[in-house]
Ligand binder design. Structure first.
Ligand SMILES: Nc1ncnc2c1ncn2[C@@H]1O[C@H](COP(=O)(O)OP(=O)(O)OP(=O)(O)O)[C@@H](O)[C@H]1O
Ligand SMILES: [Mg+2]
Length: 442
């Protein structure tokens, strides 16, 4: 371990604490000394103060990021200085510890550093969970995932519907120090507003009618692990305030409880909406956005990774055939060509759905272009191209029926999508996908 601080007392205290944990520490008083020690020795962790006589902690974070990428750096920040903490995380710090450094926090930090998977083992992801593709855009996303997995910073994942945001969140969890702990995914748009607080923070027995025992919420369930806030833009404003508080204080209060309990969760959030625009429109709190969007990971749309379509299609087909115990069909060249030209508004999830449908409908062993039933795309003149074959008009008819049914369900439920999905007997996710495909989102 390398400890960098200009105050003798603090250096001694940190060194002693680490040594009680059975860890050896070297100490440096300033940036210059720290650099020299880093050149000469191999360290497992660097713990640095923010303000140093000849520079600052951020400089060290950047230096280590360039020269010694494998060494995690944690920054000690002044109490209440959130700006410093956020800029350190953005610069690539593993985590931050607020002053005065509590021994409990220091121990937790060191423990998670020692828990980091070695670089090579992180690559051996469990099969079926990998982000496939070799396009520039997917490679960049994969590199970014690998990098942020080795930190505790909050990550905000943006990207169109079906582009792999949840998959990315799981990979960040699986490749980081919290793997082995729980990964809790919460669809913020699917929880009724009046239940939100108790779903997130839990409740005490007797807090309200029907609360006949204490119950944990998502935060407690994710303790030590990762809390994935999916569709975070759907959180109502009052809940945004409570969430911000929980993240800031790293403490939560159960509904009906008189005191708060500490929680240690890593927050990953995602939405297919444009969060920055929502902030500008006053529909999402700026301060919460600032806390969630410390590091942004952009998942590319499938249109940006066209060259990956064949690889993705083949791997999805293999999985689907296996799951349904069918022989693996071949994709005819015409089908591949049609997929390559299709715009995929629903991205990889839409590709999965198209192939699943084709697999259910084909008679032979090949999937031809016609088996894909790709929705006709809008022409440059904004008009639907003329429908020719019987197949295309069948699809058109089915789309109209589906659209009608969805609109009716939405009207009956006063546009509550969760309730509409229930009425239609489909999942919330499936309803959202269908609405998107049919252009019903506006
Ligand atoms: N690059 C990829 N390689 C392999 N599978 C992928 C890839 N991208 C997405 N998928 C798969 O596509 C499906 C959709 O991905 P996911 O649920 O992560 O998308 P999402 O962005 O969260 O979508 P939504 O906005 O609708 O919630 C999943 O089954 C996922 O495993
Ligand atoms: Mg998702």
């Amino acid at each position: 371990m390398l400890v960098v601080d200009d105050e003798d007392d603090i250096r001694e205290l940190l060194e002693m604490t680490l040594s009680r944990m059975g860890l050896d520490a070297d100490c440096a008083e300033n940036v210059t000394q720290a650099r020299r020690l880093l050149e000469e020795n191999a360290y497992q962790l660097c713990l640095t103060d923010m303000r140093l006589p000849d520079g600052d902690g951020l400089e060290l974070v950047r230096f280590i990021g360039e020269r010694f990428r494998d060494i995690p750096v944690a920054v000690i920040t002044a109490h209440g200085s959130m700006e410093n903490a956020v800029s350190a995380l953005k610069a690539g710090a593993f985590d931050y510890v607020p002053k005065p450094v509590s021994l409990e926090q220091l121990r937790a930090l060191v423990k998670s550093v020692l828990n980091l998977p070695s670089k090579d083992s992180a690559r051996g992801e469990p099969a079926g969970r990998a982000l496939l593709g070799e396009s520039q855009a997917i490679r960049q996303a994969r590199d970014m995932i690998e990098k942020v997995a080795r930190s505790q910073a909050p990550v905000y994942i943006s990207g169109e519907s079906g582009s792999g945001k949840e998959l990315a969140a799981r990979l960040i969890h699986d490749q980081g120090a919290r793997r082995g702990q729980s990964f809790i995914a919460v669809n913020c748009g699917a929880i009724p507003e009046n239940l939100m607080e108790s779903e997130f923070f839990g409740y005490k027995k007797g807090a309200f009618t029907g609360a006949d025992a204490d119950r944990d919420g998502f935060f407690q369930a994710a303790q030590g692990g990762t809390l994935f806030l999916d569709e975070v833009a759907d959180l109502p404003l009052p809940m945004q305030v409570k969430l911000l508080r929980a993240i800031q204080e790293k403490r939560v209060r159960k509904v009906g409880a008189s005191s708060e309990d500490p929680v240690d969760v890593r927050i990953i959030s995602a939405t297919h909406q444009n969060l920055k625009e929502l902030v500008a429109a006053g529909r999402f709190r700026q301060d919460l956005f600032y806390r969630l969007d410390v590091i942004e990971l952009k998942m590319p749309s499938l249109r940006e990774c066209r060259e990956d379509i064949p690889v993705l299609a083949e791997s999805i087909l293999t999985r689907l055939a296996q799951e349904s115990g069918m022989p693996r069909p071949r994709l005819a060249p015409g089908a591949l060509k049609a997929l390559g030209d299709y715009p995929f508004p629903g991205n990889v999830r839409e590709l999965e759905n198209i192939l699943e449908r084709a697999l259910a409908l084909i008679g032979g062993s090949d999937i031809g272009a016609g088996d894909l039933h790709l929705a006709p795309s809008i022409g440059p003149d904004g008009m639907m191209p003329a429908l020719s074959g019987g197949e295309a008009s069948l699809q058109d008819h089915l789309d109209r029926v589906e659209k009608q049914a969805i609109l009716e369900a939405l009207q009956k439920t006063r546009f509550n999508r969760t309730a509409a999905a229930r009425l239609l007997g489909v999942t919330f996710r499936s309803l959202r996908y269908r609405m998107e495909r049919l252009g019903l989102n506006d």
